[in-house]
Unconditional design. Structure first.
Length: 289
């Protein structure tokens, strides 16, 4: 399930006390605290399927959370990473959907170009690994071979590496806590002989600060930026919003957020509805029930 529509299903699995292989990051972004309470009550476990969070999960096996100095979520930069900044206003959906490394659905591919996906992953990581926002970092890694890294208090860094192929984190989640045989070829130092890491430029990817801001604010902030992003990406793909307007709409919706409670799954869904309607109003689209 893509987007906010996956939240009720994630909640149902956790309420049943099951192991949830979570590919729907929006569930934790929207309702991280309510889902954590449900898991605590039922004994359910969340195993992340996002490649970045799967990598962190694997690096933390057998480690104490108290020894983590910080984590590094890697980002490819998406389809427009080398486009001149002055050209972003005229980006077409076709351009934004041409991801250089991954074959994904339209929303996540556009989100990769804006890095709104990474903004949501910042919020997700804070919930998954019980980390404050200032311990979650983002690095631009064009090859998508190092899927994320963890730095420990002794200065050691552990990374999980492999081809840009979602079959690997899916396989890991399906068999966790065991390591099962898998016929696909993993990391090969001769094929992946070069790996580059850069600090993402804030003027090209302003979405990142929005992710840290939502993580700092907590409450319904994650639900609000996710809902606004779903509306914004759909509007961009329909030609109703320019590419830079995606992040701007998310920011403006978050800034307009009233005091919204987040004590339950229903609170998260209500915040989602409010944010969708507010975002649609901002770009003169009819509200949805």
């Amino acid at each position: 399930m893509v987007g906010a529509a996956g939240l009720p299903f994630s909640a149902a699995v956790l309420q049943g006390g099951k192991i949830l292989g979570l590919a729907n990051k929006e569930s934790l972004v929207m309702a991280g605290n309510p889902l954590a309470r449900i898991a605590d009550e039922t004994g359910a476990v969340i195993v992340p399927v996002d490649s970045e969070h799967s990598a962190i999960h694997q690096c933390l096996r057998g480690e104490k959370g108290s020894t983590v100095r910080g984590i590094f979520l890697t980002a490819s930069g998406g389809a427009l990473r080398d486009l001149p900044l002055e050209s972003l206003d005229s980006v077409t959906p076709e351009q934004a959907l041409e991801h250089p490394n991954w074959a994904m659905g339209p929303r996540i591919t556009v989100d990769s170009a804006t890095m709104m996906n990474k903004a949501l992953e910042i919020v997700e990581a804070c919930h998954l690994f019980d980390l404050p926002p200032d311990k979650v970092h983002v690095v631009l890694h064009r090859q998508s071979v190092t899927h994320s890294m963890v730095e420990f208090e002794d200065g050691s860094v552990m990374a999980q590496m492999g081809p840009p192929d979602m079959a690997f984190p899916i396989h890991y989640a399906l068999h966790w806590p065991d390591r099962a045989p898998f016929p696909r070829k993993g990391f090969d130092p001769t094929t992946f002989s070069r790996m580059d890491f850069e600090i993402p430029a804030s003027n090209r990817w302003p979405a990142l600060e929005l992710g840290w801001e939502a993580a700092r604010q907590g409450g319904a902030s994650g639900a609000v930026i996710n809902a606004a992003d779903e509306v914004a990406v759909a509007a961009f793909l329909e030609g109703d919003l320019p590419f830079p307007g995606i992040v701007s709409l998310c920011r403006e919706t978050l800034e307009a957020m009233p005091q919204l409670p987040l004590e339950s799954i229903q609170d998260a869904l209500d915040a989602d509805t409010w944010a969708r309607n507010r975002a649609r109003e901002m770009i003169s689209l009819p509200a949805q029930s």
